[in-house]
Design a protein around this ligand. Structure first.
Ligand code: AOS
Ligand code: ZN
Ligand code: ZN
Length: 388
């Protein structure tokens, strides 16, 4: 099995969106290790993202987070990014770090708190208008810690009302993307815990409201590719937050923990037509690099997505459907596994070289001297971090 032109043409169109926060320092509640060379400004985060794109041609978009990436002039930031060869992507809102949101944001019982949270999203939409971003991504920390603490039903109703106000502000070219997460920081109930709740909420809003599936936001053993298939079938899969996990919301490098799961997910994306750039599925990463260098961490991530996409494209779908029709259980499984077990790395390296890219982007990065340069130049100021 090799990568034929049809597959390479599809791979050439693949766009992976990098999260600006992946380039900042991050850690656990025990320790945040500062890494030399970490960006001090949004511009420096964009420069690092552009480096990833330069070496891989896979990551021409950068997602921003407000307020972590707040600047005075977003039009200027847009031009700055475009000069580096990348564009500004999804705008992520934040209603989880202010004291006022202790008991919720869009679901809060107090209308004044809900107003503040809705206004923050209006501010994000205004930023999107200037950055040219299509997607407003909403992830809420809203939830409760103890049974009886909150009125689950009332919170759901207030969420619907708040989202409707936000949705009314987006333009026809923009989308509201609602992310779900089963727990954390709330430990008893979360207001948007699963794809069904996210789907129910966005379906009530309208066509331009869709679901974000963060691969780390499910209980162990969840069949994520089934959710992918269902959301695509319903026309509501708006974006991925790719990462991988061993335990909870680990935000580790996508494909590191379970490449086979990533393969299965991407197979369902392809099966449902979601790889077509016109399908509107954004392939974002949502990751943090706590102990490894951040730029090579992002390079490894986009390559992992590319490799599993290539393998998923290798599935002989005609033979697979025939085996499925015939009830050939092991035959169908073997066809699926043959593609998964194919090492596409040599073919991808050759293809990269034919396009003027380094055969081995990680090696090229190590040899480029970029890491040394940023470590030397980025001294002073405050290093950016998750939450800074
Ligand atoms: C939080 O767990 C979610 O995954 C968010 O998507 C994201 O990590 C956070 O909002 C940073 O933007
Ligand atoms: Zn996420
Ligand atoms: Zn998360």
């Amino acid at each position: 099995m090799g990568l034929n032109d049809g597959i390479l043409n599809q791979l050439a169109e693949q766009v992976i969106e990098l999260p600006s926060w992946a380039f900042g320092n991050s850690g656990t509640r025990f320790k945040v290790f500062a890494t030399p060379g970490t960006p001090r400004t949004v511009e420096e985060k964009l420069a690092d993202a552009a480096k990833v794109n330069e070496l891989t041609a896979l990551a021409p978009k950068v997602a921003l987070h407000i307020p972590w990436d707040k600047v005075d002039d977003y039009a200027a930031l847009r031009t700055y990014a475009e000069d580096l060869g990348v564009s500004l992507g999804t705008i992520n809102s934040n209603t989880f770090q202010d004291d006022i949101y202790k008991f919720g944001s869009l679901t809060h019982v107090d209308a004044a708190v809900r107003r503040k949270a809705i206004d923050h999203h209006y501010e994000c939409i205004e930023i999107m208008n200037q950055t040219g971003s299509r997607d407003l991504k909403i992830w809420l920390a809203d939830g409760t810690n103890y049974p009886g603490q909150g009125d689950i039903r009332g919170r759901q109703d207030r969420l619907a009302d708040s989202l409707a106000e936000i949705y009314a502000r987006i333009s026809p070219e923009q989308r509201l993307v609602l992310e779900y997460k089963f727990f954390e920081p709330a430990f008893y109930h979360t207001d948007v815990p699963d794809w069904g709740t996210s789907y129910a909420q966005v379906a009530a809003l309208g066509e331009n409201a869709v679901v974000c599936l963060d691969t780390g936001h499910h209980a162990p053993g969840t069949n994520i590719e089934f959710i992918v298939a269902q959301l695509l079938r319903l026309g509501k899969l708006g974006s991925f937050d790719f990462n991988s996990r061993f335990y909870a919301d680990d935000d580790l490098i996508v494909g590191a923990a379970d490449p086979f799961q990533l393969f299965r997910i991407i197979y369902e994306v392809i099966r449902g037509g979601g790889l077509d750039p016109d399908a509107g599925v954004a392939f974002m990463l949502d990751q943090c690099h706590n102990v490894e260098d951040k730029v090579p961490g992002q390079i490894r991530s986009v390559l992992n997505v590319q490799e599993m996409t290539a393998r998923a494209l290798l599935v002989d779908t005609d033979a697979l459907f025939a085996a499925q029709q015939a009830g050939d259980v092991l035959g169908a499984n073997a066809i699926f596994m043959d593609a998964f077990y194919t090492d596409v790395r040599p073919d991808l390296a050759t293809w990269r070289e034919s396009r003027g890219l380094p055969a081995d982007p990680l090696k090229a990065y190590a040899e480029s001297g970029y890491q040394k340069t940023i470590e030397t130049e980025r001294v002073g100021g405050t290093q950016a971090g998750w939450g800074a």
